[in-house]
Design a protein. Structure first.
Length: 340
């Protein structure tokens, strides 16, 4: 078991060292580490340490900041040094690098030093799941960043490029990935505060009335069934789901609909349209299978086709994106509109 022990010897150099039978690991705080709490940083940088032991180490001065005692919640600044004293060498001081994935078909819509805006194709999972562990959107993005020299996992203590949101496997569209910790923090805040608008295009059965409106429901997740149930109220932990929509065209028993998410719940668009009697075309989980067959759709007709950066508060490193909007062509929408 890893444990702390009182040591009076000081070591100035960053890295790892052994002194009088003790193990000391030190970390030079870089840009992607800055801004984190001291305790959270150590937990990420040394995943073999239980968080309770990290907290104890802070209390007993075995975890120090620039050689001095610091509180667990102290925010870190680039250039500082965190020192961790242990009785034994941890077996996994570093998390192994993520698996590589072919990225030849990685479709980059926009890129700068902080973010990647990616076009995910239907059928590709964003994260590893029970059917795919390597060939995922996030692994493609990380492999691309390593291959282009934009990310070196061996030089990072606590940060790995990450997606700021996700899409279902069979939904295509725009996905944002953060290259830096600062960008990820800003993206998380902007999504939380609804300062990035997400628009979807879908085909639904029937013709919703009125042609514009807001779907209002309460959704309850069922993790075992991997679906959500639509409730009439917020009892039993159900959460409010709001989706603004407008019908763009209607023919042949189907309607092309644009949706804007006002909340971000799992399967929100799919479950809400099914609940009002207009399930998405091709949706095997919430849809109308017998009615889908005549149209030959093999996955839900749903595309996250547009992102608008509608910042109303400071955006830090992402300030250049203020007011910008990115949109993709949607194959099933173009085909639907071109019918006679």
């Amino acid at each position: 078991m890893l444990c702390f022990q009182t040591v009076r010897t000081k070591i100035q150099a960053a890295g790892a060292a052994r002194v009088r039978g003790m193990y000391m690991r030190s970390f030079l705080i870089g840009p992607n580490d800055a801004g984190q709490r001291l305790d959270r940083f150590v937990a990420k940088a040394m995943p073999s340490l239980p968080f309770s032991l990290v907290q104890k180490g802070v209390r007993t001065k075995k975890i120090r900041l620039d050689g001095r005692r610091a509180e667990a919640g102290t925010p870190l600044t680039a250039g500082q040094t965190v020192s961790v004293w242990l009785r034994e060498t941890p077996s996994d001081a570093r998390t192994p690098p993520p698996p590589s994935a072919p990225f030849d078909d990685l479709d980059i819509v926009f890129e700068n030093e902080h973010i990647l805006l990616l076009h995910k194709k239907p059928g590709l999972p964003v994260h590893p799941d029970e059917t795919a562990s390597v060939h995922t959107l996030i692994n493609q993005a990380r492999t691309y960043l390593r291959a282009t020299g934009q990310w070196d996992p061996s030089a990072e203590h606590s940060f790995t490029p990450a997606l700021a949101h996700r899409l279902d496997r069979n939904t295509g569209g725009l996905v944002l990935a953060a290259k830096t910790a600062g960008a990820l923090r800003v993206l998380n805040q902007k999504f939380r505060d609804r300062e990035i608008d997400k628009y979807y295009m879908c085909l639904v059965h029937g013709h919703p009335r009125p042609d514009t409106g807001v779907l209002r429901h309460y959704l309850k997740r069922d993790p075992e069934a991997k679906r959500v149930a639509v409730r009439s109220d917020c009892s039993d932990g159900a959460k409010t789901a709001l989706t603004a929509y407008r019908v763009l065209a209607a023919r042949d028993g189907l309607s092309l609909v644009e949706c804007r998410l006002l909340t971000g719940r799992t399967h929100q668009i799919r479950a809400q349209w099914a609940a009002v009697g207009h399930p998405l075309l091709g949706d095997g989980k919430y849809g109308a299978g017998s009615r889908d067959r005549r149209y030959g759709f093999t996955h839900q007709a749903l595309y996250a086709y547009k992102l608008a950066f509608t910042f109303t508060t400071p955006a830090g490193c992402l300030e250049p994106l203020r007011g910008r909007c990115f949109a993709l062509p949607v194959p099933f929408a173009e085909d639907f509109r071109s019918r006679d």
